[in-house]
Design a protein around this ligand. Structure first.
Ligand code: ZN
Length: 400
């Protein structure tokens, strides 16, 4: 996409944001009500394609009358809603009438885009990755045991799209390369076999990824990563690639201070429109696929809080340790609100890692180190010269 058009689009995003939809938590009923309200809009063809195991409706939405078929599905992991939110922004974009009419028209005339938003509504309801009977739908592409997996597979099999966009969220601990830059967006062309062969299908998705990176790089410099391409025979992306669909996995990660994921949602919106435009223009074909491998790897190198060089006293001896703490967002279903749970993620030499927040604790001693265990709650005290100076309460550092 031409730079000026892309910048204008990015700057105009607020005109299309569906502000009534949160970026970090969406309930099935919100999807249902919003899609039902769109029923009279002749731009979109909305269908119920089936129900989840717990009988929640799963929908498809089609837009455009073009030849090239595109399939976008979101939230097959229930606690990964960012792209579902961006989906509603996209609908606002396509229903608008403004200076982007030419872009809109070229997409609608040349593409037929099919969305299946919120593939896993039962998981979304619980804010959990898995479905209602606790299986990961993205490891069910072979057995197709869950109703949701069957719907997703059947839809793709019938549609036979040229391109597939597999929309996910990843946690905040990934970086772009061996740096402390969070991987705000990670991209992957899922492999088709264990030796990661590259055929025409994969080559095309690599070219699209190069274009998406080109579009986003200016907004999030050095914060785009290449997701691990280890083959997973049970995953949808890998099987769709085998089936001949050029599949692009987009993972929404962490952007500094963007705890509600509003900014990465905007990046999702921008990534999809720029990819659609590139498919319309066929300009992705000019990209050399191997440029894909120049994207830095997605590495798990971050903790929410990293305390470096603490002193640990054990058997009257002193040792130097770092402590990495991670804070997980969990849903209290009864109250319908989030709470945070902090755990010790690692103890020892963590010098190869980084913290979203970090502190050098040289000269400070852990008071109650016997209670510190990996995967256990992060609550402890830190002293200097025998006087307690800091307290870690549920992962938050409080100075006393
Ligand atoms: Zn996921």
């Amino acid at each position: 996409m031409k730079k000026e058009l892309l910048n204008n689009l990015f700057e105009s995003y607020h005109n299309y944001t569906a502000y009534d939809i949160r970026s970090d938590f969406i309930k099935h009923n919100e999807v249902k009500v919003k899609l039902e309200n769109l029923a009279g809009n002749n731009l979109f063809e909305i269908k119920q394609i089936g129900t989840s195991v717990e009988r929640r409706e799963i929908y498809s939405l089609k837009l455009g009358k073009g030849k090239t078929k595109i399939f976008v599905w979101t939230q097959m992991h229930g606690d990964e809603p960012t792209a579902t939110a961006a989906f509603f922004d996209l609908l606002n974009f396509f229903s608008s009438n403004d200076s982007f009419n030419e872009l809109r028209k070229s997409i609608l005339d040349n593409l037929e885009v099919h969305f299946v938003p919120m593939v896993n509504p039962d998981g979304a309801e619980r804010y959990q990755r898995e479905n209602a009977f606790n299986i990961d739908l993205n490891r069910d592409a072979l057995r197709l045991e869950a109703d949701e997996s069957k719907l997703l597979w059947n839809y793709a099999e019938k549609l036979k799209p040229e391109f597939g966009f597999n929309m996910h969220d990843q946690n905040s601990y990934y970086t772009a390369g061996r740096t402390n830059n969070p991987a705000s967006i990670s991209l992957l062309t899922p492999p088709m076999d264990y030796v990661k062969s590259i055929n025409y299908t994969r080559e095309k998705s690599m070219q699209i990824i190069i274009k998406i990176r080109e579009a986003l790089e200016q907004f999030i410099p050095n914060q785009i990563a290449r997701y691990s391409d280890d083959f997973e025979l049970r995953a949808f992306g890998d099987n769709f690639t085998r089936f001949g669909i050029s599949t692009i996995l987009i993972e929404s990660g962490f952007y500094r201070d963007d705890y509600n994921k509003d900014f990465v949602r905007k990046l999702n919106f921008t990534a999809l429109i720029s990819a659609f435009e590139s498919i319309v223009e066929s300009d992705y074909q000019k990209k050399f696929y191997a440029e894909y491998f120049a994207i830095p790897e997605n590495n798990k190198l971050l903790f929410d809080l990293l305390l470096r060089n603490l002193t640990l006293e054990f058997n009257h001896r002193k040792f130097v340790v770092d402590i990495g703490i991670n804070i997980t967002k969990k849903l209290n279903r009864g109250k319908n609100e989030f709470y945070h749970e902090a755990c010790i993620a690692d103890i020892g030499d963590l010098s190869i890692f980084y913290g979203i927040n970090e502190m050098n604790m040289n000269g400070y001693t852990i008071e109650n180190h016997n209670e510190l265990k990996i995967d256990e709650p992060a609550n402890f005290k830190i002293a200097q010269n025998g006087i307690t100076k800091y307290e870690i309460i549920n992962g938050l550092l409080k100075s006393l």
